[in-house]
Each structure stands twice: as C-alpha cells, then as structure tokens.
Design a protein around this ligand. Structure first.
Ligand SMILES: [Zn+2]
Length: 152
C-alpha cells in the first residue's frame, strides 16, 4: 500500500491509499477519485509541501480518507442495508407502534404523564425537529417502516 496526498481543484488536500501507483492512475482515469469535502472528481496528486516542525500538523484540519470506494461497492451497500433493516426490525420488536400519535405520546412521556417506553411512529419533519429542539430523544429510523395497518 502507498499513500498519496491528493488535492482537488478547490485546493482541499486529503490522503488516499492505493495498492500501487498504477492503481492511482487507473482510479483517476475512471473518475473514481473524489474529494471528500466537495465531491469533485477533479483530483490530482498534491505538490508535497516541505514538512517543517512537528510532523502531522500540516493537515490537522483536512479530512483524511483511508480508502476510496471500490468500484463494486453497490452490492455491499445493499447487503449493509439488509443488515441494518434486520437489526432495526429486531430493535422494534420491543417497541410499540403508535403511528401518528407519536408526537403526543413522546411529549406525554417526557412530561411524566405516561410511562416511558420504547415507541416508534410517524411525525412530520416539523414535529420531529420540534421534539429534538425540546430535548426529547427521538431518532430517525434508518429504514422506512410500513405502518402495521397498511400490512393488513
Ligand atoms: Zn474539494
């Protein structure tokens, strides 16, 4: 493995690892190199600045990427989503579906008017934002859930 300092046209500098120098050229040709900051694929090897003083401080505020996406990451992503969906379904087994009552119930539990338990349901984006602003712990579900009533 070799590491290159890369720089996009917006002058964002980042590190990327390659199996070889040829691998860098190939990924660049195929447009697989991408700036992690601005997503530009107009990326080239950065000119090496002389390293003076403490090592590693130069890029303190620059993003660091360890590996670039392999070309065939789409199937892996689907596999990952399936895993996430399964884990979520497992977690929701102990959670009660409250549908559009979610906003009211979450607030009632926060106010101590109802027993706190794990619930999931639907809110509008505005309701969700208001809940978060009010310090009520809500978490967006990673995978959309079909309301039970629609499964019947
Ligand atoms: Zn950039």
């Amino acid at each position: 493995m070799i590491v290159f300092d890369l720089q996009c046209r917006e002058a964002h500098v980042f590190e990327a690892w390659f199996s070889s120098s040829a691998s860098f050229e190939e990924q660049k040709q195929n447009g697989h190199l991408m700036c992690p900051v601005c997503q530009s694929s107009d990326v080239a090897k950065a000119l090496m600045a002389p390293r003076i003083g403490a090592k590693g401080n130069r890029r303190a505020d620059s993003p660091v990427v360890n590996t670039l996406k392999p070309k065939d990451d789409a199937p892996d992503l689907r596999k990952l989503m399936a895993t996430v969906a399964k884990a979520q379904a497992e977690a929701l087994k102990s959670s009660q579906w409250v549908g559009r009552d979610f906003d009211r119930k979450a607030r009632a539990m926060d106010a101590g008017e109802e027993t706190t338990k794990s619930i999931h349901g639907q809110t509008t984006p505005d309701q969700a934002r208001a809940l978060i602003e009010d310090g009520i712990g809500v978490m967006p579900l990673l995978v959309p859930v079909v309301p039970p009533e629609e499964l019947n």
